[in-house]
Design a protein around this ligand. Sequence first.
Ligand code: ZN
Length: 220
Amino acid sequence: MKDALHVSKENYLKAILEAEAEGHAVIPAKLAHWLEVSAPAVTMALKRLKRDEYVVAGADGIVRLTEKGREMAYKTALRHHLIERMLSEIFGMEWHLIHEEAERLEHAVTPAFEARLLKKLGGEGMCPHGNSVLPESPKKKQKRGEVRLSDAEEGSSYTVVSLQERDTKLLHYLHEAGINPRRKLRVTRKNYDQTVAIETPAGKAILGAPAAEAVWLKAL
Ligand SMILES: [Zn+2]
């Protein structure tokens, strides 16, 4: 049995690794937001992670993974990815429920089970949110011709390619707004207040900038 402390350590490291892969600088306040924990809890956790040499914090306040931290984070990210694909591809679970379930189950995966999952699913596929084991950098996505919903053009139609999945509440919010990976949407209006009006097969919705920035699209 792993204790709660161990579980949260892995979650912290995975969140930092994913954010780094997306090109975000990680500061403690962002970790508190993503992991839905208090600022003092983040301070405590980072203190332990620094002591155990999983992370370093620069004078600029930015938290970075050490080699040891990166290794453990990647292991957790891979298990998360495999569990998500198992829930989706084998059990047909809905994409907006999967991330939360995988957050719990990833800690229970033994090396033997991980090897079975890898054999069954392969290491190359995408999770139901359109992401590989680690999210790709915005630069790489843009090179493939993908744009964020916040940068999409008024009047144009797109297919949803991937969603940033660190934030469970955001995934539920996107689902309610009718945004589904692989589903089509049309940008009907870009508003002065940086909200975006869209139309999907499920209906109309208006998204604020933080949600629109988390959705990657490809033009039809
Ligand atoms: Zn996912």
